[in-house]
Write a protein that binds this ligand. Sequence first.
Ligand SMILES: Nc1ncnc2c1ncn2[C@@H]1O[C@H](COP(=O)(O)OP(=O)(O)O)[C@@H](O)[C@H]1O
Ligand SMILES: [Mg+2]
Length: 239
Amino acid sequence: MIAATTERNRTDLSDGGDPVVELRGVTKSFTSETGSTLVLEDVDLTINAGEKASLVGPSGSGKSTLLALVAGLLRPDRGTVLVDGTANSELGERDRAQIRADRIGIALQSDNLIPFLSARENIELALSFSSAHRSRRAVRARADELLADLGLTNRAHHKPRHLSGGEAQRVALAVAMANEPALLLADEVVAALDSDTAVRVVEMVMEADFAVLFVTHHVALADGVDSRYELVDRRVVRR
Ligand SMILES: Nc1ncnc2c1ncn2[C@@H]1O[C@H](COP(=O)(O)OP(=O)(O)O)[C@@H](O)[C@H]1O
Ligand SMILES: [Mg+2]
């Protein structure tokens, strides 16, 4: 009964919510000494508020590149990336950074934790970047909540190098979710987790209010979502 209701609400969100992010005709290539490689070509993709979307594709197909474009960390060669209806390209670096902090949570494939800060301090630092003011006490409470939700309470004081790969991935996810983003970008965040933990983390992310773009090569984990996409020949197609 509850599951059916959740399913219906999700469908409503994917059909009717306002777009959080839109890619319109996005093309991206990388240029090096050996020439130019076209990675994404004329990609269109819309993710609405609360919508859970997965993106699968073989290694090297451009999944991480697409997330970096959505996050405004890369600029497209052609086309437009809109966040909350505003084109990234219309904003200066400072505004783009504030949008990333307030609206987009980014858990990247490559470790993006600060090495000399503990798990808790990494999460608290992310909280400090929000434009929403939180008291010291509220910051601690939010960090505690995230650590508990991700099964990391007894790792709070560990520095990244003293965490296992799976624990570090979960801290990175906590950092990305800290400010209750409108959109969570998750790049292979469950790759180093055992399958039980991976399922638990995916369930937690899928139950959240925010929209998610979940990149994985675990096709099974990518299936329990509202919208399933695949990168095929430099384009994003629905599965
Ligand atoms: N900064 C970069 N400079 C040059 N080539 C890059 C860069 N980032 C990614 N690439 C290339 O773009 C392609 C897509 O990479 P990526 O988006 O990381 O794929 P995926 O995440 O699907 O494995 C690969 O061929 C990769 O080598
Ligand atoms: Mg990648």
